[in-house]
Design a protein around this ligand. Structure first.
Ligand code: NDP
Length: 244
């Protein structure tokens, strides 16, 4: 008997997370949708189920460790196992350091780094017991290169890559747990709406390139997921062709 795989996707209420949920569900994977905006999660669940997929949702703030533990517990209860975690929730309020947007720095550290760690902590006990699992963390091209305005955001995305690589070394061989870093370039989503620094917004407006669609990143995630169990795709970088 083949068992259906289960994936938890954080930040599933928009952009890359939403597209990934649809993509994985279309491949027969049961998806557990997590984010803070319930209405959007509910709509997505309905959409997936109307298209023949299976989806659950749980309103979750990734910065809250108890809510993340509850998300994993509910997934285990509803689906019987946790095969995949896509740590996708993120914020990108880019700004110049001398603007001293300390509250935005705190939010980025909380969501982009601590949220990823809480996700890992929540699912690891289940994956260790299963002796299998796949943790996919969304970093960025900004996790490979720093630009004016991206210092703190890049710091969080470099951290995501470091954490994922450490996790790989500790858990790959001993527990059969795969790790994948996805590093997208510019993707057309709501992510830039959190930018409040006028200088950064001005620079963004001058950029002329066709960005990626969320579906392009969802396909990369799906590629990593679909490999046989002995194949671990450690990192994928996907840039728009015209991105420098
Ligand atoms: P969106 O703004 O469209 O999506 C961000 C998601 O994160 C939303 O679903 C939001 O849901 C969720 N989120 C934010 N804060 C929290 C929180 N505290 N708890 C739970 N969920 C939260 O952006 P993208 O789809 O573009 O971003 C997805 C990931 O991709 C991010 O990690 C981002 O850094 C990364 N990325 C994006 C790029 C791009 O150009 N778009 C490029 C490189 C990387 P809700 O508000 O409902 O909680």
């Amino acid at each position: 008997m083949t068992t259906t795989k289960t994936a938890i996707i954080t930040g599933a209420s928009s952009g890359i997370g939403q597209a990934t949920a649809k993509e994985l569900a279309s491949k027969g994977i049961t998806v557990m949708l997590a984010a803070r905006r319930e209405e959007r999660l509910k709509e997505l669940q309905e959409d997936i189920e109307q298209n023949g997929g299976k989806a659950f949702y749980q309103v979750t703030d990734v910065t809250n460790v108890e809510e993340m533990e509850q998300l994993a517990k509910k997934t285990k209860e509803e689906c019987g196992r946790i095969d995949i975690l896509v740590n996708n929730a993120g914020l990108m309020p880019l700004s110049m350091i001398n603007k001293r947007k300390i509250k935005e720095w705190d939010q980025m550290v909380d969501v982009n780094i601590k949220g990823v760690l809480y996700g890992i902590a929540a699912v690891l006990p289940y994956m260790e017991e299963q002796k299998s699992g796949h943790i996919i963390n969304i970093s960025s091209v900004a996790g490979h290169k720093v630009m004016p305005g991206s210092s703190v955001y890049s710091g969080t995305k470099y951290a995501v890559r470091a954490i994922t690589e450490g996790l790989r070394q500790e858990m790959n061989a001993s527990h059969n747990i795969r790790t994948t870093i996805i590093s997208p370039g510019a993707v057309a989503t709501e992510l830039t709406e959190t930018i409040t620094d006028d200088d950064v917004l001005e620079a963004f407006k001058k950029q002329e390139m066709k960005p990626l669609d969320s579906e392009n990143i969802a396909k990369s995630i799906s590629y990593a997921v679909e490999q046989p169990e002995h194949v671990d795709v450690n990192e994928i970088i996907v840039r728009p062709t015209q991105q420098g």
